[in-house]
Design a protein. Structure first.
Length: 172
């Protein structure tokens, strides 16, 4: 899988990079309004910010697939991670600011979402589970560090009064 990489270390630290990817399969790209818009909510530069982790002995799990294809950090049931705040789904149809990502009528249907889950979400979480189990076998305790960032201003959120919760770049 070229979109998923695991760099195994032996320190009790797993670094997860779920949203730094910009790859969009051609079958999805043809459904989108534009590729730049689809990549707008990428966690830019987080992979570069934490590029030292492997040298420290951390295990790094990284996806190159865009969160606009599938957000591997979302609950597949659709339950909101941030009740009462603007959020996106497992296969986002809008950007964080509410701009439609897909051409009208080209949004992923249930079958497409299930296929993306099978092809991307499940393997990503299987890799995380495998690495967590491996590290737990080596250490009494481990740390899983889930690395993120976001645009400094997301207009729909400021209108929805959620600016303070996501306005500053965050990691972890």
């Amino acid at each position: 899988m070229t979109w998923l990489s695991v760099s195994r270390g032996h320190a009790p630290l797993l670094v997860s990079l779920p949203h730094t990817g910009t790859e969009i399969p051609p079958s999805v790209a043809e459904q989108l309004v534009s590729l730049p818009l689809a990549r707008n909510d990428t966690d830019w530069w987080i992979d570069r910010l934490y590029d030292f982790a492997s040298a420290m002995g951390a295990t790094v799990v990284h996806t190159a697939i865009s969160r606009s294809v599938i957000d591997v950090n979302r609950d597949p049931s659709g339950q909101s991670l941030y009740p009462g705040q603007a959020t996106t789904g497992l296969c986002p149809t809008t950007s964080f600011d509410g701009t439609p990502l897909y051409r009208p009528g080209a949004e992923p249907d249930d079958a497409e979402i299930a296929a993306r889950r099978r092809d991307y979400y499940d393997p990503y979480h299987a890799a995380l589970a495998t690495e967590i189990a491996r590290l737990r076998a080596e250490h009494n305790r481990i740390v899983v560090y889930d690395c993120h960032s976001i645009r400094s201003v997301v207009p729909a959120c400021s209108k929805a009064n959620c600016q303070s919760s996501i306005s500053a770049p965050m990691a972890g």
